[in-house]
Design a protein around this ligand. Structure first.
Ligand SMILES: Nc1ncnc2c1ncn2[C@@H]1O[C@H](COP(=O)(O)OP(=O)(O)O)[C@@H](O)[C@H]1O
Ligand SMILES: [Mg+2]
Length: 360
């Protein structure tokens, strides 16, 4: 069967008169790494728990592998969940933790032990089966939680902010491990995260949620490069927003943009044939600070550097373009021999009209 492994149709969820989910339609394919991304309180956990069967939808349908899940309890669903705070049993060994869900299966003991050892190997805990779970590091504990969920061979693994308790370095490492583990086991992962970078790094597709609704469902590249509205644009990375006016000009379209001037643009840059007052968006990496002695290239405008933030590999400049009242953010790679420019410096800024996107 090649239908979606998860299908939600018009799912609503209310708590009293509070509407946590306000009409979710969603299809997730077998083997996908899918992320639910959005600010705290937008309904991500509620949606995940509704798929898992820990919550009942107030309205709408949840189908898993083509079957309607109405009335099917969590433990009868082809899903398993890994929680934010790794719920390992500290008094049990690693192997006992991982084998926990197999206790009631018909599997003979030696076979169970082999399954546990193979699973530990797969999550990078080979040989640690006898270790007490309380003696593990945070990253190792999260691997135990993963192994314990995966050993039950769910068709869909649900992960609610599984890495948010880890420090940055470990979190980045686990992101890569989780991604390659998902490719190995080949089952659908649905990850809840409020961290846009995490969603971009890990996912085949992302649903960006605000206030109980999906604002955009697309690949990471599309979410970043073609956000459907300003909310998505500003939630994912940094987006400079400038006032603009869009006009038809004979057979073409042109845009007059504060700080940048009037340029021809293409229809694909303008959603729904928008004309008149609009907002232009430019990512920080599509603008370039030109250093003294560097020749002009592409289109060039002028401004004053007002802020400088050093990140080691990158410097972020706040540059107020002439004729504007607030700075745009420009990211520059710190190459050898390239000076960091101080606030107060007058500078040329190169940019290109192809990088513009427009919002109503
Ligand atoms: N059991 C509940 N009773 C009442 N309100 C709830 C309950 N669970 C969640 N909510 C509310 O629903 C909204 C969405 O919560 P949640 O799904 O946990 O958001 P997220 O995971 O995106 O941070 C929040 O405003 C939260 O307070
Ligand atoms: Mg949550």
């Amino acid at each position: 069967m090649s239908g979606p492994i998860v299908a939600l149709k018009g799912v609503h969820k209310s708590y009293g008169d509070y509407h946590a989910l306000r009409g979710i339609d969603l299809e997730i394919g077998a083997g996908e790494f899918f992320s639910l991304l959005g600010p705290s309180g937008c309904g991500k956990t509620t949606l995940l728990r509704t798929i898992a069967g820990f919550e009942d939808a107030s309205e709408g349908r949840v189908l898993l592998d083509g079957r309607d899940m109405a009335g099917v309890p969590a433990n009868r669903r082809p899903t398993n969940m890994v929680f934010q705070t790794y719920a390992v049993f500290p008094h049990l060994s690693v192997a006992e933790n991982v084998g926990f869900g197999l206790r009631r299966s018909q599997m003979p003991k030696p076979e169970r032990a082999r399954a546990v050892e193979a699973m530990l190997e797969q999550v990078g805990l080979g040989g640690l089966g006898r270790r007490a779970a309380h003696a593990l590091s945070g990253g190792q504990r999260q691997r135990v939680a993963l192994a314990r969920a995966l050993i039950l061979k769910p068709k869909v693994l649900l992960l609610d902010e599984p890495l948010s308790a880890l420090d940055r370095k470990l979190r980045e490492q686990m992101q890569h491990e989780l991604r390659s583990l998902q490719r190995q086991v080949g089952i659908t992962f649905i990850l809840v995260t409020h961290d846009q970078e995490e969603a971009l790094i890990m996912s085949d597709r992302i649903a960006v949620m605000f206030e109980g609704l999906i604002a955009q469902l697309a690949t990471p590249e599309d979410i970043y490069n073609r956000p459907v509205d300003r909310r998505v644009a500003e939630f994912i990375g940094v987006m400079n927003l400038l006032r603009a006016e869009i006009r038809r000009n004979g057979s073409g379209i042109e845009a007059e943009i504060e700080g940048l001037g009037t340029v021809p643009i293409e229809a694909r840059q303008v959603p729904g044939g928008l004309t008149g007052a609009a907002t232009a968006g430019l990512r920080p990496e599509t603008l370039t600070v030109l250093y003294e002695g560097q020749p002009d290239r592409g289109r060039v405008t002028h401004g004053n550097i007002e802020e400088e933030t050093y990140y080691g590999d990158m410097t972020y400049y706040g540059v107020r373009l002439d004729g504007t009242d607030r700075p745009v953010t420009i990211s520059m790679r710190n190459l050898p021999g390239r000076d960091i420019l101080d606030p107060g410096t007058r500078t040329r800024v190169a940019w290109s009209p192809e990088a513009l996107i427009f919002f109503p």
